[in-house]
Design a protein around this ligand. Structure first.
Ligand code: KG4
Ligand code: ZN
Length: 473
């Protein structure tokens, strides 16, 4: 994950999908004075009653589940309108999504300019950039949707994993809106959101399914049993694949304005992917974990040994130098993706043992927008008679839609926090989860290398949800 800062406003285009999912028609018991659009639209037939679950998403360390909190009533999932806010990484994003899956607006303000300027992680700058962008981004999302806060049913926001400084900006904004307009809040797990957005675009996608989530900071293979319930089959023991793409781009002096990944993908098209003999990571480990630190080192050494002058941007390089860089880009990409292919093949075998009914592999996260990644993983999936579900690139990279949609999914089963009673002060201690595993590790998949480095701060999303379900039963 790279964190840089200010702000070239690159607004993603508004994307409207026709009504997609209307699987659920869940209703909640009434009478709370939320400003639910659905209350205005209520058709009181076929109502079902749900008690709100004890939410695992409590934000504050204080109990904000006040005794005046009452469940809400809505006519159907389709009537929900949820604002999603995402600030966990280096993009400030917001979107408005209907319960039907219709995307009413989508806005992303990228910090790519800072990436170019500083070439790396700068958490404080990223926080500043989020703080500058958050109000206009949320406003633009509402404007594009032709709505005001009063039309919303709930606000969903990423609470982890990510950088605390950055997460805080989004959570504060979400809770300010929720408090002012009396809206429930759903705290969202960033990686679950990457996985679940696939259910917005593919209505056939039911639990259980297998998911490969590949981004700047994460490399996860998870078995999604149900909403909020995941088994982690594999993760990275060091760097994620996106980080390796970003460093390769930086060391090759590529144009980083759209982040490193797309730049490497583009240059790789000109190169010979067999030209440089990189070795595939973790061949000797028969598990589903990943490692990209060694491949990064191999790339750096290859650049050094070819006398590439990384002070010269690719646009000014001689044609011979450009060819050398293209060969490195192509060879790196081939091996980086081969590592994914091998792990996915094993994960499919494991997943079919645990959940024989799985039919899909979801591939999501920023790196999933890479065409070579998609094509190669499609072959793996087909060989195993499964189907690949890959969201469109604008929904693979960080976005507010995935947060809004995940909020909708949890909201519909009663997992949300009541509106904050007052606007919280600047120094309020929010419940942020910078290190927040999605699921429990699959015992067979535990890697000795991995257990050396992981310090958990929060219990996993899955364990929280299981505990809340046990409390209710
Ligand atoms: O999911 P994401 O937008 O943010 C994080 O949660 O990290 O992923 C960002 C990562 C960056 O490392 C970026 O270089 C990579 O996704 N990425 C790509 C491509 N587009 C974005 N990597 C390879 N090929 C791409 N086309
Ligand atoms: Zn992400």
């Amino acid at each position: 994950m790279s964190y840089h800062a200010p702000i070239s406003k690159k607004m993603a285009s508004l994307q409207t999908l026709s009504s997609t999912i209307s699987r659920l028609n869940l209703l909640q018991r009434s009478s709370f004075n939320y400003s639910l659009t659905s209350l205005k639209l209520l058709k009181f037939h076929e109502q079902r009653i749900i008690r709100p679950a004890r939410s695992p998403f409590s934000f504050s360390t204080l109990s904000n589940r006040s005794s005046t909190f009452k469940p809400i009533k809505m006519s159907s999932k389709d009537d929900l309108i949820v604002l999603g806010i995402e600030t966990s990484c280096d993009d400030t994003a917001a979107a408005v999504v209907r319960g039907s899956g219709e995307i009413l607006s989508q806005v992303v303000s990228s910090q790519a300019d800072l990436l170019v300027q500083y070439g790396g992680v700068a958490p404080k700058m990223a926080e500043e950039a989020h703080s500058q962008a958050i109000d206009p981004v949320v406003q633009e999302a509402l404007d594009k949707a032709n709505l005001t806060e009063r039309d919303l049913s709930a606000v969903a926001v990423t609470i982890g994993p990510g950088l605390s400084l950055c997460l805080r900006v989004g959570v504060q904004k979400a809770r300010n809106i929720a408090s002012r307009f009396n809206l429930p809040v759903v705290g969202v797990h960033h990686m679950e959101a990457h996985a679940l957005v696939a259910r917005l675009i593919e209505r056939e996608l039911q639990f259980p399914f297998l998911a490969l989530l590949i981004s700047g900071g994460h490399n996860l293979l998870v078995l999604a049993h149900n909403l909020g319930q995941y088994t982690q089959l594999g993760t990275t023991i060091d760097d994620a694949i996106g980080e390796a793409f970003d460093k390769t781009a930086k060391w090759l002096s590529l144009d980083l304005r759209r982040s490193g990944g797309p730049a490497v993908e583009k240059l790789a098209l000109e190169g010979d992917s067999q030209a440089v003999k990189f070795s595939t990571p973790m061949k000797q480990h028969k598990d589903c974990n990943f490692s990209y630190a060694g491949l990064k080192t191999q790339v750096r050494l290859a650049i050094e040994s070819r006398n590439i002058d990384a002070t010269i941007p690719i646009s000014s390089a001689s044609s011979q130098d450009r060819n050398s860089r293209a060969d490195i880009a192509a060879s790196f990409q081939r091996v980086a993706v081969l590592h994914l292919e091998e792990r996915c093949q094993r994960a499919i075998e494991w997943a079919l043992k645990i959940e024989p009914s799985i039919k899909h592999l979801v591939v999501s996260g920023g790196v999933a927008s890479n065409k070579y990644v998609r094509a190669r993983l499609d072959q793996v999936v087909r060989k195993n008679s499964l189907q690949l579900v890959c969201p469109p690139p604008s929904l693979c990279t960080d976005n507010g839609v995935m947060v809004a949609w995940t909020g909708i999914e949890h909201f519909c089963v009663g997992r949300y926090d009541p509106p904050p009673s007052v606007i919280e002060p600047e120094d309020f201690v929010y419940d942020l989860r910078p290190r927040w595993p999605l699921g429990e590790e699959y015992a067979e998949g535990r890697s000795e290398a991995r257990s050396l480095r992981t310090a958990r701060i929060h219990p996993s999303l899955t364990s929280l949800i299981q505990a809340s379900m046990q409390q209710q039963s």
